[in-house]
Design a protein around this ligand. Structure first.
Ligand SMILES: NC(=O)C1=CN([C@@H]2O[C@H](COP(=O)(O)OP(=O)(O)OC[C@H]3O[C@@H](n4cnc5c(N)ncnc54)[C@H](OP(=O)(O)O)[C@@H]3O)[C@@H](O)[C@H]2O)C=CC1
Ligand SMILES: O=C(O)C1=N[C@H](C(=O)O)C[C@H](O)C1
Length: 250
């Protein structure tokens, strides 16, 4: 019989951490061996001989967690938001010193979110106008969402490759940021509303038409197949992987 993969969770008592604990416990081939939240010692991961650590904590603490885990030789699956190019470069530098260790950072683990980002990359080069609306539960700490920031960067790259500049916009007065945040030159609007979980709309506009690509996570269980896939794959995937799409047959 195959050995179980020993999994630890950072942020174990949070909204996502609770889902991950339940999903790992119910999954074939995985064993939940450590549950660490704020104020718990991270050494519990090492003491429990965790092989893979899943981090759903907070953008302010995730880099410190990752430095610790990589130093300890623990593979990581990271859902926490707040990653930009500088952070990813720092992480890649730590991993270069620990060649056997794998870390996957995924802005979004939901299948539909990953597909919608791929569809957006395809559409981006055909439309002069694009804006992103991300909508989340009001307990979310960061805005814009990590998914929206990542999507904006992918769209911007596709637009640049197609020779497209900024979306047309005659605005000269933008009181209190009414036109949203600019991420890689793409406008991103953040809605925080009770009743929501995680949602995103990409609006493309062109000659006499618009195209809307929308994804809705209606329950946090939507993220779990992606998290479990990542846990199983990361043990054989050293180095840094950014995005669940790298593990899917797209
Ligand atoms: N990639 C994806 O698919 C998804 C990503 N996310 C991201 O995951 C992150 C967590 O989201 P969510 O679960 O809703 O947030 P929560 O606030 O519900 O959970 C975060 C948990 O982490 C704990 N925590 C804080 N600091 C530490 C630390 N240093 N070590 C261990 N635990 C710590 C918090 O404790 P305390 O409350 O005491 O501070 C809390 O229990 C966010 O960045 C969010 O954007 C969310 C959903 C999907
Ligand atoms: O905080 C959340 O809930 C989510 N965070 C991630 C993000 O910032 O994109 C992923 C998903 O949108 C849910």
């Amino acid at each position: 019989m195959d050995e179980l993969i020993r999994v630890g969770v950072l942020g174990a008592r949070g909204r996502m951490g609770a889902q991950v604990r339940a999903a790992v416990e119910a999954a074939d081939g995985l064993a939940l061996v450590a549950e660490v939240d704020e104020d718990d010692p991270r050494s519990a991961l090492v003491d429990a001989r965790a092989q893979v650590v899943v981090d759903f904590t907070h953008p302010d603490v995730v880099m410190d967690n990752l430095r610790y885990c990589v130093e300890q030789g623990l593979h990581c699956v990271v859902g926490t938001s707040g990653f930009d190019t500088a952070r990813l470069d720092t992480l890649a530098g730590w991993l270069a010193d620990r060649p056997g260790v794998g870390v996957l950072v995924a802005p979004n683990f939901a299948l539909g979110a990953v597909l919608s980002m791929r569809f957006a990359e395809l559409a981006a080069r055909f439309y002069p106008s694009v804006e992103i609306i991300e909508l989340h539960h009001p307990n979310k700490a960061d805005a814009p969402s990590g998914t929206a920031a990542h999507t904006a960067r992918l769209v911007a790259r596709a637009r640049a490759e197609a020779g497209l500049g900024r979306s047309p916009d005659a605005t000269t007065h933008d009181e209190d940021g009414a036109r949203g945040a600019l991420v890689s030159d793409v406008r991103v609007h953040s809605v925080r509303l009770s009743g929501l979980i995680a949602h995103q709309e990409l609006l493309f506009g062109g000659e006499g038409e618009t195209l809307t690509i929308r994804h809705d996570s209606l329950d946090r269980t939507s993220f779990m197949p992606g998290v479990l896939l990542a846990v199983r794959e990361i043990v054989g995937r050293p180095g840094l992987t950014v995005g669940l799409e790298n593990l899917l047959p797209l």
